[in-house]
Design a protein around this ligand. Structure first.
Ligand SMILES: CSC[C@H]1O[C@H](OP(=O)(O)O)[C@H](O)[C@@H]1O
Length: 361
């Protein structure tokens, strides 16, 4: 099993068990902790599509384990069939969700690694896929810790912090991105007061962020999304920190729907708005936020959330799962290689191409 660099104080989103992938089914949280035993690529794809596993880094990690699970039945001597199936399966897993660039980043990284071994046996190729999955999994925990360390330099003991959606341990291998500084601050005895937006329609904030932080003993207050402006106006919040699914080359940020509204409110109240972003979420190949594909999800997430009808039958619904916050509303992007102004294109390139990236250590 891949051990994260540190053991977070809550259930892990995913664990490799040697011959299957254990996924904490996040659709059942917070009421039930159900662990799925995943043994096929199709099961991984379904888990990503239906948010049993979610969060940009976590779906990238899960997808590469899925690639291994989908290729592991090939035998030596079946090299032609192996090389025919690999790109098809990469594309199939990559199509599970369009917005989080970590999904394609993890799959492309693994496919590129395996490509360098084209002359090897099927057994060696399969071993290389699994080794890359475990490396990406392991690196994520270290990346999150470093994001937490940098983010902590922007926070002060006693601050009120608002966050949106879940960019915590349940969205990553261990500690999370936006939540990483909160866990580190807690370990250092700081008293931060976290305001978690419930984050309609799938409620990642109330079901996951509030769950994680409460489990860890942190001071978390749950609010409805439409209360974010009020808590800012009342002086309860001194900083906002969120995760991201994709940062474009010009610093525009795609994140859970509602993030743009929070960013505009933060700007209106003179509150710093930070985005915690592993460099695997920074996509220099996408020029601006306008080119980031925004996933639209089923109307039922809004009209019949968690099985209770709350809208008239047949009503028209618009359900984009993400929105784009223009760089001008982002105070800074916090990565594992440093803190950068989103409008500093050279700065974004620098942190992404940083010689000290975890992968190159
Ligand atoms: C560090 S996770 C980033 C991102 O992923 C979440 O989306 P979803 O729950 O739909 O996978 C949310 O946008 C988080 O901020």
């Amino acid at each position: 099993m891949t051990q994260p660099v540190w053991t977070p104080p809550h259930p892990l989103s995913l664990e490799w068990k040697g011959d299957y992938l254990a996924l904490l089914d996040q659709r059942r949280l917070p009421a039930e902790k159900v662990v799925l035993q995943i043994t096929t690529a199709e099961e991984v794809r379904e888990a990503i599509v239906h948010l049993a596993v979610r969060g940009a880094p976590a779906i990238g990690i899960a997808a590469v384990y899925g690639l291994y699970l989908g290729m592991r039945n090939f035998q030596d001597g079946e090299e032609d069939a192996f090389w025919q199936e690999l790109p098809r399966l990469v594309d199939d897993l990559n199509a599970a969700r369009p917005t989080a660039v970590n999904l394609s980043w993890a799959l492309k990284r693994t496919a590129a690694k395996v490509e360098t071994l084209r002359s090897r046996s099927v057994e060696e190729l399969k071993a290389a896929i699994l080794a890359e999955a475990r490396a990406i999994h392991r690196e994520d925990a270290e990346v999150c810790r470093r994001i937490g360390e940098y983010a902590l330099t922007l926070l002060k003991d006693g601050m009120g912090i608002l966050t949106h959606c879940n960019a915590g341990g349940l969205a990553t291998a261990a500690y999370g991105t936006a939540l990483a500084p909160m866990y580190l601050a807690h370990e250092r005895g700081w008293k931060l007061k976290v305001y978690a937006d419930e984050t309609r329609p799938v409620l990642q904030g109330s079901r996951l962020t509030a769950f994680e932080l409460q489990q860890a003993g942190l001071d978390v207050t749950l609010i409805c999304d439409n209360m974010a402006g009020a808590v800012m106006k009342e002086g309860k919040v001194q900083v906002v920190i969120v995760g991201t699914d994709r940062v474009a080359a010009n610093g525009d940020v795609a994140n859970k729907i509602g993030t743009y509204s929070v960013a505009v409110l933060a700007k209106a109240h003179g509150i710093p708005f930070y985005v915690a972003a592993p460099t695997s979420s920074i996509d220099l190949g996408t020029p601006t936020g306008a080119e980031i594909p925004i996933e639209e999800r089923a109307a039922e997430e809004i009209t019949c959330g968690f099985g209770k009808a709350t809208a008239p039958e047949g009503v028209q619904v618009y359900n984009p799962a993400f929105d784009v916050t223009p760089a001008e509303y982002v105070t800074a992007i916090i990565t594992e290689n440093g803190i950068v102004d989103p409008r500093d294109k050279e700065g974004l390139r620098r942190v992404v191409l940083h010689k000290q990236t975890i992968a190159e250590k």
